[in-house]
Ligand binder design. Structure first.
Ligand SMILES: Nc1ncnc2c1ncn2[C@@H]1O[C@H](COP(=O)(O)OP(=O)(O)OP(=O)(O)O)[C@@H](O)[C@H]1O
Length: 564
């Protein structure tokens, strides 16, 4: 079960109280709020009247409770107008052609440059000083804020491949917006709506306080505050009472926004030790993993284990290949070693160490620096691992400048040498280019060069050649090989291609369904015993393969014998 934080309990309880007051308040406290007692006018706070009475002797506590409904309805109405207007303008701007889009975003930016309250005052003059006028004024004043936010969020989604594909399949802009864009911008939008509700509530109080909002005989918290403030020195509770309601509800909305965003904020990954004591004699191992288990939390809060107790040791300079079919846990294992698993992962292990650094606990600044210099990761898609807005040179030099303290000039010199080592032609010119000016294979080699900018002891390459054609694959593998020759770094190469791994690695680790089924030297591959390994080998066509017959299919069960 997912653990519920005390803050979440407090916020939900608070919201239930406020919602209860809005629903039941006028029924339960309506009479007390209207009952006049001219003998008891402007009474001070007492047990019978916690916030005192007003100038007609009406109980102010009852009036604050009754005012909850109108205050909340106005707030929700105004937020609804802001969000609906923002969605229409923001999504429209994101899907419009270039020139109308520029015009619309320009208009939104101009409106945004006016202070929000000024816009609200302007609109309230147009719609008049009534509660509906105030709601429209505050709602319309909030539209530019949401339009900008939604445009920014929607524009990032509008450029994704699945939205382009929907366009190619003939989906209309409206349908694409509703089906593909809106669901993907919903989480940050919901967070912002909750936070905005708090600001809206305060704005109503401000407008009513200025006499531009709710008018008599209606009353909201802002009007009660306005009335109480007139005599604040003699009878402070008359102003403090509605003030408390405004502040507490505003804080509740803000905390709700924070809670919703916290759910998506990465937290420090949970690393728990298993019961057995670790074998600490890790010798000179670069990586020492013992009994690694990784589980993921599902939507219903339960944990599903995906990696079931893996042992992996990598010696200095050793090239280890991890092979296995899709979903066998190769990437998750590598990410656990690199410390890159997200908060949804729970890692348990007897030992998880990199060059003697225990990765399970909190790392010191020096250890983090050492990891930054000595570990490098090369992902499958180099375009998403390189920042598209920074030159390749800026990204390469960052490690040396931040972790090794090199000057900009020295770091640039090192970057040119690293690009040269991975055989990128004309590195001094290329270093000033942006990632999109590189081909796929060059980007991958640039990522390897980035790993060379520190003092690498381990290069983790997760399917680095999968998206590349065979010739470019060879260039990338040669770059990895050269990097190892030059630095002596160990390599952990993840692939589903046993032929590629066997030609490149010293040792092969075969994974299936989250367990290591076999480990063997690459030179001993033809002596593999496990049926699954033999199946993987049998699936690789050789020079003598009979092309008229289909390749063997790997069995469903791990122990199923595969015809080789
Ligand atoms: N963030 C995550 N949340 C939930 N489950 C995950 C997450 N990441 C991985 N998994 C699951 O863990 C299992 C192992 O995934 P992993 O990516 O390690 O496989 P893989 O062997 O690298 O496959 P591929 O070659 O396709 O990348 C899969 O069943 C996957 O669905």
């Amino acid at each position: 079960m997912r653990r519920v934080s005390p803050q979440a309990v407090a916020v939900v309880a608070g919201l239930v109280v406020v919602a209860g007051a809005a629903v039941l308040g006028p029924t339960l406290f309506g009479d007390a709020a209207e009952a006049r007692d001219l003998t008891n006018r402007q009474a001070e706070a007492s047990a019978a009247h916690p916030f005192g009475t007003d100038d007609l002797g009406r109980d102010l506590f009852a009036r604050v409770v009754v005012a909850t409904r109108l205050s909340l309805l106005l707030t929700l109405g105004a937020v609804g107008i802001s969000v609906a207007g923002g969605v229409v303008l923001g999504v429209t701007a994101a899907v419009l052609p270039r020139i109308p889009r520029r015009l619309l975003t320009g208009l939104i930016d101009i409106l945004l440059s006016f202070p929000w309250l000024l816009l609200a005052l302007f609109f309230s003059v147009i719609w008049g000083a009534t509660s509906t006028g105030a709601m429209l004024a505050i709602g319309f004043a909030g539209i530019p804020v949401f339009a900008r936010l939604i445009y920014t969020l929607a524009a990032s989604v509008a450029n994704t491949d699945y939205v382009r594909t929907a366009g190619l399949l003939g989906s209309s802009p409206l349908r694409t917006s509703v089906r593909h864009v809106l669901p993907n911008i919903m989480p940050p939008l919901v967070v912002n709506v909750a936070a905005h509700a708090s600001v809206t509530l305060l704005s109503f109080a401000a407008l009513s306080f200025l006499g531009l909002g709710v008018q008599a005989p209606e009353y909201d918290w802002g009007r009660l505050l306005n009335a109480g403030a007139k005599d604040i020195y003699r009878e402070p509770m008359a102003a403090i009472g509605p003030g408390i309601a405004i502040v507490l509800t505003g804080v509740l909305f803000s905390l709700l926004g924070e809670l919703l965003s916290e759910d998506r904020r990465p937290v420090v990954r949970a690393v728990r030790e298993t019961e057995e004591p670790a074998e600490t004699d890790s010798g000179e191992a670069v990586v020492d993993v013992q009994n690694l288990r990784v589980s993921f939390r599902t939507d219903d809060g339960s944990l599903v284990e995906r990696v079931h107790g893996i042992d992996l040791r990598i010696a200095p300079g050793e090239v280890v290949g991890v092979v296995g079919e899709s979903g066998s846990g190769k990437s998750v294992t590598a990410m656990a070693i690199a410390g890159l698993l997200g908060p949804e992962a729970q890692v348990e292990c007897r030992r998880l160490a990199f060059r003697g650094i225990d990765l399970r606990g909190r790392l010191s600044a020096a250890q983090r620096r050492q990891l930054g210099l000595e570990q490098a990761m090369i992902f499958q898609d180099p375009l998403s691992s390189l920042n598209p807005a920074l030159t390749v040179g800026r990204q390469l030099t960052e490690v040396s400048q931040v972790h090794a303290g090199l000057s900009r000039g020295a770091a640039l010199e090192k970057a040119v040498a690293a690009l040269d080592l991975v055989r990128i032609p004309d590195p001094a010119r290329r270093i000033r280019q942006l990632p999109h000016e590189f081909s796929g294979g060059m980007r991958q080699r640039a990522m390897i060069a980035m790993g060379l900018m520190g003092t690498p002891r381990l290069l983790i390459a997760d399917e680095p050649t999968t998206a590349l054609d065979v010739t470019v694959q060879r260039q990338v593998l040669r770059a990895l090989h050269d990097a190892r020759e030059r630095t002596g770094a160990a390599i952990l190469l993840i692939s589903h291609d046993i032929a590629l791994v066997s030609g490149f690695c010293d040792r092969i680790v075969v994974m299936r369904d989250g367990v290591v089924v076999e480990q063997l030297a690459a030179s001993d591959l033809d002596q593999a015993e496990h049926p699954y390994t033999r199946g993987l080998i049998a699936c690789v066509p050789g020079m003598n393969t009979d092309r008229s017959r289909p390749l063997p299919v790997i069995g469903v069960a791990a122990d199923e014998e595969v015809p080789v």
